[in-house]
Design a protein around this ligand. Structure first.
Ligand code: ZN
Length: 311
């Protein structure tokens, strides 16, 4: 049976006080550690959130002292071979950073492209003035290109031609115009303005002397009612001989060769555009011969003629 003395009571009281202090101290320590931890989590540098953008989604991630690589690894975001990330993987994250994953894809396509041809117009001194000649038709070329197309997050950012194969070379269109303006005939140099191909026919002046057939009304085969022996310009319709002094009289379309023009008929000689005819249109001429018989013999021919400069 314990004896409760004043001494015993005092011992017990001291022991209780000691246990109480121990508990208070421990609780305080736990509280301080927790407070520091909580404050540290929110206040210490290195604890912050960053914006992460990947595969069309944006999120905020809580970040400690981490690199971009650490963060992506923790978030389970994998980078494929061509993908890139901003900032770089080894970058240590800081407050204010935002991380962006860029998915990069490359594909190759082939495409055909036309190569335009050039139009080349050049003079040729061996070709007569007034003559245009297509020396070569133009043909477009074709080339096939192998193109590398790079897309970032689904949008094309570049197209680089890696290889070009020529399937067909272009051929330029070449046209020549004549520059020669001198004709050499019978030891004579004749300057001319332009060369033309014409359809030539022949007629007589329709008078009785020419032997031109006439109908009952007096219309001749060659000149119809106009049998007075004069041309449309009022010149006597007397056939020339092709010499410079006595040129052939020809009927022309005045819209092509003005009346009064001097011409040189290749193979015949000099001529003057002094008449018109209802059937003479465009690049046609009608040559006046002395007799109907000669006109019929001439018939219809393609002829080269030269327009001579005005005197
Ligand atoms: Zn006639």
């Amino acid at each position: 049976m314990p004896v409760f003395t004043k001494q015993n009571t005092l011992e017990t009281s001291r022991r209780r006080t000691s246990v109480l202090r121990y508990y208070i101290f421990t609780a305080s320590a736990v509280f301080i550690i927790a407070a520091v931890a909580i404050a540290g989590y929110f206040l210490l540098p290195g604890a912050f959130s960053v914006k992460v953008e990947a595969d069309g989604q944006i999120c905020e991630a809580e970040v400690g002292a981490e690199t971009v690589a650490d963060l992506l690894d923790r978030l389970g975001i994998e980078l494929r071979e061509l993908d890139r990330v901003e900032p770089a993987l080894q970058h240590s994250l800081k407050p204010g950073d935002s991380v962006k994953v860029i998915r990069v894809e490359k594909r190759f396509v082939t495409r055909r492209r036309e190569i335009p041809f050039q139009e080349i117009i050049r003079g040729n001194g061996r070709l007569s003035r007034g003559v245009l000649r297509v020396l070569q038709e133009g043909i477009k070329g074709i080339q096939e290109e192998t193109v590398e197309i790079t897309s970032e997050n689904g949008s094309q950012v570049s197209a680089t031609v890696l290889q070009t194969d020529l399937l067909r070379a272009k051929q330029d269109f070449i046209i020549e115009f004549g520059e020669n303006n001198t004709l050499s005939r019978s030891g004579r140099n004749i300057a001319f303005t332009s060369e033309h191909m014409v359809t030539a026919t022949a007629y007589c002046n329709g008078t009785e002397a020419s032997g031109c057939p006439r109908d009952k009304r007096g219309c001749s085969v060659c000149t119809g009612f106009y049998n007075d022996g004069y041309t449309a310009t009022g010149l006597p319709a007397v056939a020339g001989d092709g010499s410079p002094e006595n040129p052939y009289i020809i009927a022309v379309d005045p819209r092509v060769f003005p009346l009064g023009s001097r011409l040189y008929l290749d193979g015949y000689g000099f001529a003057i555009a002094a008449d018109t005819g209802s059937a003479i249109k465009g690049y046609c001429i009608d040559i006046l011969f002395p007799t109907h018989k000669e006109a019929v013999q001439f018939g219809r021919r393609q002829m080269k003629i030269y327009l001579l400069p005005e005197q």
